[in-house]
Design a protein around this ligand. Structure first.
Ligand code: FE2
Length: 256
């Protein structure tokens, strides 16, 4: 089976581009399940009812998030009630929502896990320990995919090797920059440090470059207006062996 993982969708331009490209890509590549990181899908970060609905209507089966999970108050209740909207599993249990779900595709079930890194981000429970606990859950599907939303490449690669042979695939998100290290790890887990971004190409992580440049020079706060212009959709396709639950192939794509 083929599992498509799409890098952070940024703002309305990213959402619209996803809608333009995703349905045809799913058809072309025979995608069985699509996971989209949507934590920046609302203009101004976070996720709203509108942006989440747009992602699902465009073909996302599961939406993952990260450090901007709870940026919008209106999303709190959605995390508690939408079965396939995840926030990182290593947030405190008192936070709304959950970080793991199972999608029933009929002939096969797929587990989707969302975790967040702790290097240069909020100090949450160790993603390594939380992953161990999730993987000890009874009745865990053979096929499980992890979105590890993290800043540090070292932390991401370390978790990838830690999970090797125990997950079908792990893809990183958050940096909005795709990495060229997609592979099947030695024990059979598909891996990429960062899937990249779905949004405006000429931008700094989706934001107008001049705003970010000014911020670095002046160190003054600024409103992060989103850039506009041609977009790109970065994504990765993992091919999974349903018998073993391991990955047999990885393909990284950037659609313009
Ligand atoms: Fe993020």
């Amino acid at each position: 089976m083929n599992i498509l993982c799409v890098g952070d969708v940024v703002g309305s331009s990213g959402c619209e581009f996803l809608r333009e490209r995703l349905p045809a890509l799913k058809k072309l590549k025979g995608i069985d399940l699509c996971i989209v990181n949507g934590e920046n899908s609302a203009d101004g970060n976070g996720i709203t009812h509108n942006s989440a609905t747009h992602l699902l209507d465009s073909g996302a089966d599961v939406i993952t998030t990260g450090n901007h999970s709870f940026r919008r108050k209106e999303s709190f209740q959605m995390y508690d009630t939408w079965e396939t909207l995840l926030r990182p599993a290593n947030y405190p249990p008192a936070a709304p929502g959950k970080g793991f779900c199972v999608v029933d595709l009929g002939r096969v079930q797929v587990g989707v896990i969302n975790l967040m890194g702790t290097m240069y981000l909020e100090s949450l429970e160790s993603p390594f320990e939380k992953l161990d606990r999730i993987l000890r859950e009874p009745n865990l599907p053979k096929i499980c995919v992890l979105d590890f939303h993290a800043e540090a490449t070292g932390e991401k690669r370390a978790l990838g090797f830690y999970a090797d042979g125990r997950l079908t695939a792990m893809f990183g998100t958050h940096t909005h920059v795709p990495t060229a290290d997609e592979c099947v790890l030695p024990k059979g887990t598909g891996y990429i440090t960062d899937a990249g971004m779905t949004g405006t190409i000429d931008s700094v992580l989706g934001v107008k470059p001049e705003i970010i440049i000014r911020r670095y020079i002046t160190k003054m706060p600024a409103r992060f207006d989103l850039a506009s212009g041609p977009c790109r959709m970065d994504c990765v396709i993992f091919t999974a062996d349903e018998a073993t639950g391991l990955c047999t192939g990885v393909e990284r794509l950037s659609l313009t």
